[in-house]
Design a protein. Sequence first.
Length: 583
Amino acid sequence: MKERKLSAINRIRKNRDKWSQGAGQALLGVCSTLMVASAEYSVGAIVALVVLNLCLAVALFARSSPGGDWQRRAAHLAWFCSATLAINLFDTWVHPALLLDVRGIELAAVPEVIALALWLASAWPQGSPLKARWRGLALFWLILGEAVWLGVGNFQNQGWLFFGALLVILLTLVLSKRCFRYGLPASQAVNTAILLLAGLPVADVFVRVCWPPPAANGDTRPAIRQPGGQRREINVQNARSFYSFDEAHGNPEAFAAWSGYFTLEFTRAAQEGLYEPMPGHRPPHRLRPGGRAVLLECPISINSRGFRGREIAVPKGAVYRIVCLGESTTFGMTFRKDDKPWPELLEQMIKERLKPARPVEVVNAGAPAWDLSANLERLRPEILPLQPDMIISYHGYNGFTMIDRRLPPPSGPPLPPYPKRPLRLAADLEYRLELRAFMRQFEPEGSGGAPALEPPLQTRYASCYRQLIAFAQTNHIRLALANFCMAIDENSDQRVVNFYSAFGSGILCARTKVNAIHSEIVQRLAEQNPGVCFIDTHPGLEGVHGKFIDFVHFTQEGRQQLAENIFAGIRPQLERDLAETNK
């Protein structure tokens, strides 16, 4: 009688435990399903989670024959549903945009809830052969959840969350060795994972001390950390140590830091006083008449007609006026106090060397981000009223897409910023992957890398030059066409090309080939039109990287050399024009 009573009490306790455990599992299953549904997962993920919860119910209420067919089938199906669910959720979990906001917490909580429900299902009678399967599945979801927490801490740059999740994963792996009997391969894999996770913070400290992070346009810090941990500021005085291949010892990270810093400073100067918007136009801005700004240390002023430099008198009177039409390379990326753009240097040369009886004036009509096709629109409304006697065209880089459409536009999207992450190693890996993906979209197609699909004189660039020639001939204006200079050419040392790798070495090599085609276009059009003067700007400048602050913009020495080459090209015609005036 007493034994029957005890047996009945034990059955009641077992049923109570079973129903309470079943209620807990059901609650966890409902919670996880609602979380997955609210996060707008796919229908396949929701179905897999529902089937997984049904497997848990079977595992709980079919214990009359431990290890029987129903439990075994439920365990196998649970593993299949877990794999399906993990695959369906993978795209969401690895997406940084979702891990950056509060939804990242929901994403991390889902596998933790599933892991808890699976751990309840593993409460088998001692010695059941299926107990390890359910616990292994619970361990899978637990580690998966901690990995999501790790991702949330990484992408939100929350060090305490990242390293906390890293510590929990380590503890989970260590404790799993006490709960499971791993075989030799599995044990080696777990030990390797433990050593790797434990060694990551140590290796990260070593990397932070010994190597600087790569800089990019989004990194606003004007500095680069050199080997040994020394932090070196970028400023006007030491700029050459960053943009010069020789003084930077060929370090592409130094050049990338300089490029990002200088681009940021010019953008600030442009937004503060140099530019005004032009909605619907390409490019969507122009120089602001009367604008003022300081680029690093160099003051820049825009006159009332929208040209860089002093005011221009209209009508011009007895002045022999030369208008220099071009891009930012003509406008002048000057950043030291005494720097001058090449049109100003050209005017000084003419006055000092020719000593003309008639006043000579050189107007800087360079416009940053504008190409020849855009500058053609300025000819009648802005250039012609100046009554120019001569127009000098120095175009090139901004219009290279008119020769090869596969090249990225010069005013395209900036380089991806260097991310801020708790682990420097993770930030480096992420940055390099993003940079590689960014550059791949611009890499020229085809194994041969031939940039031009049309004969040079049939390109859109040649058509724009013909329009410029026709405008000059119609309005009886002397025209001088100059070829374009770059810091590298087709004969440049590969180490120098790699130095500019922040812009993509493949892109640079394609642009050097396009530049050669551009030079051919300019020279052949000048030969076909006897009244047009051809200016070869390459001597002492093309491929001479020490005279550039990047691969197209000049140092003051480079601007001086360009002015010398242009003066040499127009001097014969200029002397004839001025001599006729003196008569």
